[in-house]
Design a protein around this ligand. Structure first.
Ligand code: ZN
Length: 497
């Protein structure tokens, strides 16, 4: 009879094989968005689905599941070993509860709905994609019923992105944030006094020089190009290919450096998280992110709290003047700061400023809960969307592609995902406040472009913990308190009031 130690060793070997297959799939996914010749996309979809099937079969194989069950019962494991077994079981248990027929149906419905959503955006017609969306919601409700136990369907979906958090807890945080964000947006809007956001420069930002700047800034942040890359993609993202290989992407516009620079700082924030795990835990859940909200806290912290701060802009200004002499000669730092930190209500979430961004999320969070609770139907969604924008931002989309059709999430079945964006921003402010307490000279270090101490602090407090704790406990350990939205309000009020 083998001992617990032998069984654990055997399990970790099997787990590693599964994680290696998963990371190979990530590589296929990265390649699909960065390099794939258009004609190859149907084959890539087949390759990905073949890999997904192999991994699913391995994950639900009776020998593997049996070994995992035995280890869950074992009391001879160390704390970290128990965390590895517990988190693996969290994933496997969910996979076991959903019939393969439903998995296949959801995957088919998601690709069909995605393709129809692209057509619907081109036609500017919600009616065109409505039936697909209705089918997807019905399937997701069925999926939620398989995994939810005594929870509500929406709670079960939210838990996939933010383990351990309920809609009620999220509502408590958001109802504290919503009115204050609205007030602050209103105040900024008054101060703009009818003025519109204008670019303060006079010439273009050549793409090659933007690339240089992005690489330089990523290096300041401590991104290790021996273990990662920066490429271009239509929709920027960051992919962990496993252990020593993190691929981030950005996109370039020659009339504005902001999308590529802040996009890069955002993705590098995600990337530093993935590069910051403990090497001894690679290919286990201790080398995986805690939750989507915590992941987003890392990207938002670097993009906004560091990147858009006046301290970092003062460090950036001379670097940029050297790289873009034609565009920036004679442009004062204050003008760039004003452009970068301009606040006013707008229709498109991904283009929103730091303050109004949260309101875009609250609107979506309220709508998806209402959809899953049956309080609104598929026909009511466009009007409910408009009502949300009227209520929180005082504006109305002139057409559906700037309204209910703007985001891909719902049309690919990602319900319960949106709230993690705002949770991440709020976590980021609390984490940054704790970092400032631990490093009293943090702001002057940022002004000097010395960012490695902050990166190290984040690594120790957040990255290296992997999935040891749920977000609430991780926040308590890293910052001394459970998530508190007040930190985010303090940060925004101090910066924008
Ligand atoms: Zn992100």
């Amino acid at each position: 009879m083998s001992t617990s130690a032998e069984k654990y060793g055997q399990f970790v070997g099997l787990l590693r094989e599964r994680k290696l297959l998963g990371s190979t799939m990530s590589l296929l996914g990265w390649d699909e968005q960065v390099n794939l010749p258009p004609a190859a996309s149907p084959i890539r979809a087949e390759q990905l689905s073949a890999m997904a099937k192999v991994i699913h079969e391995k994950n639900t194989a009776p020998e593997y599941v049996g070994l995992l069950r035995e280890l869950i019962e074992s009391d001879a494991l160390s704390g970290d070993e128990r965390a590895v077994v517990r988190e693996t079981w969290r994933d496997i248990e969910r996979a076991l509860k959903v019939p393969p027929r439903l998995v296949a149906e959801i995957s088919r419905a998601e690709s069909e709905s995605y393709a129809t959503w692209i057509e619907a955006r081109n036609k500017n017609s919600y009616a065109h994609v409505k039936a697909r969306l209705a089918e997807l919601i019905a399937l997701k409700k069925e999926y939620a019923d398989c995994i939810r136990g005594s929870r509500t369907p929406y709670d079960a979906l939210l838990d996939y992105y933010e383990p351990g958090l309920t809609a009620a807890e999220t509502n408590a945080i958001f109802s504290r944030l919503g009115p204050e964000l609205s007030t602050l947006v209103g105040r900024c809007n008054e101060r703009n006094a009818g003025a519109v956001r204008k670019k303060p420069w006079r010439a273009a930002f050549p793409k090659e020089a933007q690339k240089d700047l992005n690489i330089e800034v990523s290096k300041l942040m401590g991104f290790d190009f021996n273990r990662g890359r920066l490429d271009e993609a239509v929709h920027p993202f960051c992919n962990d290919i496993g252990a020593q290989d993190v691929r981030m992407t950005t996109r370039y516009y020659e009339d504005d450096f902001c999308p590529s620079l802040y996009g890069t700082m955002h993705e590098a924030g995600h990337g530093l998280y993935e590069l910051g795990y403990d090497a001894a835990t690679h290919f286990t859940p201790l080398s995986e992110y805690c939750s989507m909200g915590i992941h987003e806290s890392q990207s938002r912290l670097w993009e906004n709290m560091v990147g858009r701060s006046k301290e970092f802009l003062s460090h950036l200004a001379p670097l940029m003047a050297k790289k873009f002499p034609a565009a920036l000669a004679g442009v004062p730092l204050e003008a760039i700061d004003r452009y970068v930190n301009w606040v006013s209500p707008s229709l498109i979430r991904v283009e929103a400023d730091e303050v109004s961004y949260g309101l875009h999320i609250i609107i979506r969070f309220e709508l998806e809960q209402a959809l899953f609770a049956g309080k609104i139907g598929i026909d009511d969604l466009p009007a409910a969307w408009d009502a949300g924008y009227e209520k929180y931002l005082g504006i109305k989309a002139p057409e559906e592609k700037k309204g209910v059709l703007q985001d891909v999430h719902w049309f690919t079945g990602a319900f319960g995902y949106f709230p993690t964006y705002l949770l991440g921003s709020a976590y980021a402010a609390q984490i940054f406040a704790a970092a400032e307490k631990a490093m009293p000279n943090l702001r002057s270090e940022i002004a000097a472009g010395r960012l490695l101490e902050l990166r190290e602090w984040l690594r120790k407090k957040i990255h290296r913990e992997g999935r040891r704790y749920e977000a609430k406990e991780l926040m308590r350990r890293a910052t001394g308190e459970e998530p508190k939205p007040e930190y985010y309000l303090e940060y925004l009020n101090a910066k924008f009031s």
